[in-house]
Design a protein around this ligand. Structure first.
Ligand code: SAH
Length: 206
């Protein structure tokens, strides 16, 4: 009800959120806050997004069950899990291997079998799987990443992403629509995300 009142009106999105147990994606120490409308810390200094932001960004993607969707920034896996209920297949990229392995365990535990994961730099997208009908970025870039625009379908592709400064003080969600080689960009709402970081973290086990 809170999400609906705050503007998540798409009933498919609301029902996908209802069907994914957020408690399976938060750290044990924050279990009592799993259903509060707030972002929570996860491993590697990252965060699981606020449910309202997940709802609004998912709704902005205009999903259907025939689409192939790329997510950049797997994190806890929660957003990918919500997407998986609304499209054909989710491809999700994360630059911390520990987070990715934990997310993969969660996908199996909640029996989601249409999510494919990649340990890598999401700035580069996933060329081998492109084009994507939809792209959702869940970390803030300074500008719209060129490779991701390239990998968006020319046939009505939609990308939703936060863009703005690294400190998170001035970020907003943009929606980019691609038709042929042409783009239109809309500004949707202000947000605060962790930054989209270039390259891989130092000292990661391979
Ligand atoms: N969608 C996540 C929220 C993750 S927070 C969820 O539902 O929990 C943003 C994530 O983006 C972090 O896990 C961070 O490590 C990851 N990230 C940042 N820059 C990245 C990049 N260049 N490539 C892949 N992942 C990146």
């Amino acid at each position: 009800m809170d999400l609906r009142n705050a503007g998540v009106t798409d009933t498919h999105v609301l029902s996908a959120i209802e069907r994914i147990p957020r408690e399976a994606f938060v750290e044990e120490a924050f279990l009592d806050q799993a259903y509060a409308n707030q972002a929570l810390p996860i491993a590697c200094g990252q965060t699981i997004s606020q449910p309202l932001v997940v709802g609004l960004m998912t709704q902005a993607l205009e999903l259907n069950d025939r689409q192939k969707v790329l997510e950049v920034g797997t994190g806890s896996g929660y957003q990918a899990a919500v997407l998986s209920k609304l499209c054909r297949r989710v491809y999700t990229i994360e630059r911390y291997q520990d987070l990715l392995e934990e997310a993969e365990r969660r996908f199996a535990a909640v029996k989601l079998h249409n999510i494919t994961t990649l340990y890598g730099d999401g700035y580069k997208g996933w060329p081998a799987q492109a084009p994507f009908d939809r792209i959702l970025v869940t970390a803030a870039a300074r500008i719209v990443p060129h490779d991701l625009v390239e990998q968006l379908s020319e046939n009505g592709g939609v990308m939703v992403l936060p863009v703005g400064d690294v400190a998170g003080l001035e970020q907003e969600v943009l929606r980019v629509r691609k038709d042929g080689k042409n783009f239109t960009t809309e500004r949707l709402f202000p947000v605060r995300f962790v930054p989209l970081v270039h390259g891989m973290p130092a000292g990661q086990k391979s």
